[in-house]
Design a protein around this ligand. Sequence first.
Ligand SMILES: [Zn+2]
Length: 302
Amino acid sequence: MSFFIREDPLTAERRIIASVRSRRPHIIREITEEEPFQCPFCAGNEALTPKELFVVNGPSGWLVRVVPNKFPAIPNMHDVVVDSPNHEDDIDRIEHLDKLLWTYKERMVHYYNQDGVKYVAVFRNRGVSAGASIPHPHSQVLATPFYPSRFLKEKERYERESTDLLGNFLRKELELQERVVSVSKNFVVLMAYAPITPYELWIVPKEATSSLVFENKFEELAQVLKDSVSLLKSFLGENLSYNITFQSAPPWDRDYRYYIRILPRVAVFGGFELETENVIVSVAPEEAVIELRTVKYAKSTE
Ligand SMILES: [Zn+2]
C-alpha cells in the first residue's frame, strides 16, 4: 500500500492517495441495461430536438449538430452538442473529431460575445456514472455569468506567483517522466499528479495557449484525445463511464494555460468527500501510469 497527501498543482487543493492493490477499481465495470427508446440524437430523428443552432455538414449529411438543451441549467445559455449521427460512436471512434473540437471553439466564441458571460464550460459525459442521461454521444456547452470556483482558485495562484503555473509544472513532469503517458508534437498527456478520480489524465499543450478559443491544431489534438480515451478503455473496459472537461480561460484573460481532463468514473464520492471537500483516490498515479504503459506496449506489439 502506498499513501500520500498531494496538492493539486493548480488549485493547491489537497487529495489523499491511498493505493490499495487488492481493491483495484478497474474490476468495477458498468453494465447498463438500455431501455429501448427513440433516440432524439440519431440521424433521421432531428424533429425530436429543438431547431439546431449550429451544424457541421459532411458529404452525406450532418456530422455535428448543436441544439438548445431542453432542460437548461441556465436558459438560452446551454447547448447540447450531438457529437456524431452514429448512436454507437464514442470519442475514440468519431472520425470527424477535429470538427467536433472546432465546434466547441465556435460555440465558446459565440457565448463569449454575449453580454454578461464570464465563463464558458465545455464538457462531455459518457455513461450513467458520468451523468449522461442519453447514451447517444453528446457534449455540452454552458455559459455562466460568474467565474467557476476551480478557475478562481487557479487564477488566484497564477496571480500570486505571477508565472505560468501549468507550464512550470509541465516542464517538471517532463524532466521527472514519472507520470508522462505520451508526448506528441504539440501535446503532452500526463497522469494527473493529484487526481480526483483514479486514472485521471491531463492533456496539456506544449505551447502556452490560454484557451481552446485560440487553439488551431485540432487534427493533432483529436488524435491525442482518441488515443488517450482508447488507452483508458483498453484497460478499464469498453463501457467505461468518464467525463472530459476543457479547462479554458475566457479570451480576455491570456495569463493562463488551457488543459483537458479525462476523468474515468470508476469510484464514487462518499461521506468523507462531502464532509471535507477533499478526495480519497485508491490508485497512485505512478502505479496507474505503469499499468497504462504496459497496455500501450501490448497494443503496439499486437
Ligand atoms: Zn442515437
